[in-house]
Design a protein around this ligand. Structure first.
Ligand SMILES: [Zn+2]
Length: 79
């Protein structure tokens, strides 16, 4: 099991950031666990891996799968 499979959104520190990177065009954006729950309408018990599957590149011409990179406070959780 990896960190992403194990960790629900609700377990992430409020100070953490999630970087969402397209696997194809490498477009990147950042979000926070709180924004994912509030703006993205994702429930707090979803695992990061499930969120990753639910996301796609936000460029309309691309829409490729993305990968999540967590940083900023998450090291303590994954250790
Ligand atoms: Zn893309």
């Amino acid at each position: 099991m990896t960190f992403k499979c194990d960790t629900p959104l609700s377990d992430l520190p409020e100070t953490s950031r999630i970087q969402i990177r397209c696997t194809k065009c490498k477009s990147m954006r950042q979000t926070t666990p709180r924004d994912l729950m509030r703006v993205g309408r994702f429930s707090a018990h979803l695992k990061l891996a499930q969120l990753e599957d639910a996301f796609e590149c936000d460029r309309a011409a691309c829409r490729s799968p993305v990968t999540f990179t967590s940083f900023g406070g998450l090291n303590a959780v994954s250790a």
